[in-house]
Design a protein around this ligand. Sequence first.
Ligand SMILES: CCCCCCCC(=O)SCCNC(=O)CCNC(=O)[C@H](O)C(C)(C)COP(=O)(O)OP(=O)(O)OC[C@H]1O[C@@H](n2cnc3c(N)ncnc32)[C@H](O)[C@@H]1OP(=O)(O)O
Length: 160
Amino acid sequence: MPMNDNSAPTLDEQAGHCFACGPANPQGLHLHFDRSEHPETGHPTVTATVNLTRIYEGPPGYIHGGIIATLFDEAMSKLNRPLDTLAMTRHMEVDYLRPSPLYQDLTLTATHERREGRKLFHSAQLHNAEGTLLAQAEGLFIAINPAMIPSNITPEKAGH
Ligand SMILES: CCCCCCCC(=O)SCCNC(=O)CCNC(=O)[C@H](O)C(C)(C)COP(=O)(O)OP(=O)(O)OC[C@H]1O[C@@H](n2cnc3c(N)ncnc32)[C@H](O)[C@@H]1OP(=O)(O)O
């Protein structure tokens, strides 16, 4: 495993098995986000294209609601790095406005709204190719002490 100068794993290496974005997780979603700035506020914004198969099905033909929550959680979490903050999700609300179809390119976006001390408030949306808003979320992330993230997870230590 590649290491940084201190031979300790980097955060990216520690997060390699993240279910939503980790390249090392064979059963993960492997989401990839492009980062930019909101044209009006200058706040960080991320975008990803998602196209999911029946593995993620809830209602026949549509994405499971828990997976949609995962998409939003991950998209909003990607805003913390450009804010130079290590943070975890404390609260999230999801509005499921329309069923979100499988096997179609959908656009997942998230934007940083505001910060109050340790509290980071983000929003996220899922649109179809026609631009229809399918679902949306608001998230509260709390800046954490990096020591909360273990650096040496192994199957044995995780109890497997
Ligand atoms: C390395 C990062 C990888 C990111 C992976 C992708 C994102 C994720 O999925 S993270 C996984 C899911 N999240 C978790 O497991 C987190 C579990 N929760 C925790 O560990 C803790 O609650 C933690 C660290 C987030 C916050 O703990 P703590 O420091 O005690 O915060 P707490 O005092 O409860 O709340 C912080 C503030 O939020 C406020 N708050 C809490 N809930 C709400 C709410 N619903 N609305 C508004 N404010 C709220 C509190 O009032 C408090 O405000 P203040 O500081 O002004 O008093």
